[in-house]
Design a protein around this ligand. Structure first.
Ligand code: COA
Length: 333
C-alpha cells in the first residue's frame, strides 16, 4: 500500500573529491610576482593552492573525484541517468566535460550537461538536480563542481594569481521515498548581471554591455567591487535563504560558503550570526577553486568525521555573473 505522506526526496548519497598533486605555495608566488606570503595570508587566508599538471584537465579532475567516491561508498555509477558539471574552465567548450565523464564510466541512456554559473555553479547544479529528481524525470544524478583555474590565470597579475587553485568535488544525488533521509529543504538564487564586468573570463564577445574586456581568456576581476558585493548582497541573499528555510544560524550545524577569500567568510560569519567554528573553509590549502570550493571544504569535514547524518547545512556559492545560489540541506550519509 502506498503511504500518501511519503514523498520523493532528493538525497545526497555519496561525496567524493580530488585535488592535483602539485602545490603552489605563497613562497613560490613570491618568486613569480611582487608579493609576499604575509600580504596574501592577511588579505585572503590562502597559504597554498593545488595546480593541475600540463596534461591534466577539468574532466580528469572530475573522473578522479568520482573514482574517489567509488572507493569510499558502495555506489554504482553505471546506472546514473544524468550528469551535471559546474565549471568555468571546461577542457573544451564542446564536447562538454559531462559527456567526457559519461565516456569514462560508460553509463547507458544518460543525459549530460555542463553549466556555467562561476562560483555559484555547484549550488546552482544542486538546485537543478533537485528539481530533476523531484519531478520524477531522473532517478540518479551526478553533480560535480570542478575547475582548472590555473590554466586560465595570468601569472603576471598579482591581484588574481594569488587567489586561484584547481580541484573537483562531486555529489551523487538520488530520488528516495524516505522522509527520514536527507533533503534539500530550501533554495535561493539571485543575479545582478549589471555587475558582470567585475569578474569575467573572455571568450567570443569583446564587451559586456559597454565594458571592453581584456581578451586573453584569463580571469580578470575588480577585487574591491567583488568584495563589496559579497559582504553586502551575498550576506543579504544568505539571510533570505535562512528565512526561507525557517532556520536560524544557531539551528544550522554547518555554514559552507564559497571559499573565495577567508576575509569574506569571516565577515559573512559575523554578519549572519554564525560562530566561526560553524563555517567550513579549506581555503588556506586550496585557494579559491570556484565551483569546486564548496564540495572540497565539505568533503574535508566529512573525512574528518565532523559532519554527521541529520546535520543541517547551508551551502552558498557566489561570484561571476554576478550571481549567487544557495541551498539548505539535511545531510544523510
Ligand atoms: N601582493 C602585494 N600587494 C598587492 C597584491 C599582492 N598580491 N595585490 C594587490 N596588491 C597591492 C595593490 O597594488 C594595492 O597597492 P597600492 O595601495 O599601492 O595601490 C594594495 O595592495 C591594495 O590593493 P587592493 O586591490 O585594494 O587590495 P584588497 O585589500 O582589495 O585585496 C583582493 C585584494 C583581491 C585580495 C580583495 O580585493 C579580494 O579578495 N576581493 C575579492 C576577490 C574574490 O573573492 N574574487 C572571487 C570571488 S568569487
Amino acid at each position: 500500500m502506498t503511504n500518501v505522506n511519503l514523498r520523493s526526496n532528493a538525497v545526497i548519497t555519496a561525496i567524493g573529491s580530488y585535488t592535483p598533486e602539485k602545490t603552489l605555495t605563497n613562497f613560490d608566488l613570491e618568486r613569480i610576482v611582487d608579493t609576499s606570503d604575509e600580504w596574501i595570508v592577511q588579505r585572503t587566508g590562502i597559504r597554498e593552492r593545488r595546480i593541475s599538471a600540463d596534461n591534466e584537465f577539468t574532466s580528469d579532475l572530475c573522473i578522479a573525484a568520482l573514482r574517489n567516491m567509488e572507493s569510499r561508498y558502495p555506489v554504482n555509477l553505471s546506472d546514473v541517468d544524468y550528469i551535471i558539471v559546474a565549471t568555468s574552465t571546461p577542457d573544451s567548450i564542446l564536447p562538454s566535460v559531462a559527456s567526457r565523464i559519461q565516456a569514462a564510466f560508460g553509463m547507458n541512456r544518460c543525459g549530460s550537461a555542463d553549466i556555467q554559473a562561476a562560483c555559484a555553479g555547484f549550488t546552482a547544479a544542486i538546485q537543478l538536480a533537485n528539481g530533476l529528481l523531484l519531478s520524477g524525470l531522473y532517478r540518479k544524478i551526478i553533480v560535480v563542481g570542478a575547475e582548472t583555474l590555473s590554466k586560465a590565470t595570468d601569472y603576471s597579475d598579482r591581484t588574481t594569481c594569488i587567489l586561484f587553485g584547481d580541484g573537483a568535488g562531486a555529489f551523487l544525488m538520488e530520488a528516495q521515498q524516505d522522509n527520514e533521509a536527507g533533503d534539500v529543504l530550501a533554495a535561493y538564487s539571485d543575479t545582478d548581471g549589471s555587475g558582470g564586468h567585475h569578474l569575467y573570463r573572455s571568450s567570443l564577445s569583446p564587451t559586456v554591455g559597454d565594458y571592453e574586456l581584456t581578451m586573453n581568456g584569463n580571469i580578470v576581476q575588480n577585487g574591491r567591487e567583488v568584495y563589496r558585493w559579497a559582504i553586502s548582497e551575498v550576506a543579504r541573499g544568505i539571510s533570505e535563504l535562512m528565512q526561507e528555510s525557517g532556520l536560524s544560524a544557531a539551528q544550522l550545524d554547518w555554514f559552507v560558503p564559497h571559499n573565495a577569500n577567508q576575509r569574506i567568510i569571516d565577515a559573512l560569519v559575523v554578519k549572519l550570526g554564525f560562530s566561526p567554528e560553524q563555517a567550513l573553509s579549506s581555503i588556506s590549502r586550496y585557494g579559491n577553486t570556484s565551483a569546486a570550493s564548496i564540495p572540497l571544504a565539505l568533503d574535508d569535514a566529512v573525512r574528518a568525521g565532523q559532519i554527521k547524518p541529520g546535520h543541517l547545512l547551508l551551502l552558498h556559492g557566489f561570484g561571476g555573473g554576478l550571481t549567487q545560489a544557495g541551498v539548505v540541506i539535511r545531510w544523510a550519509i
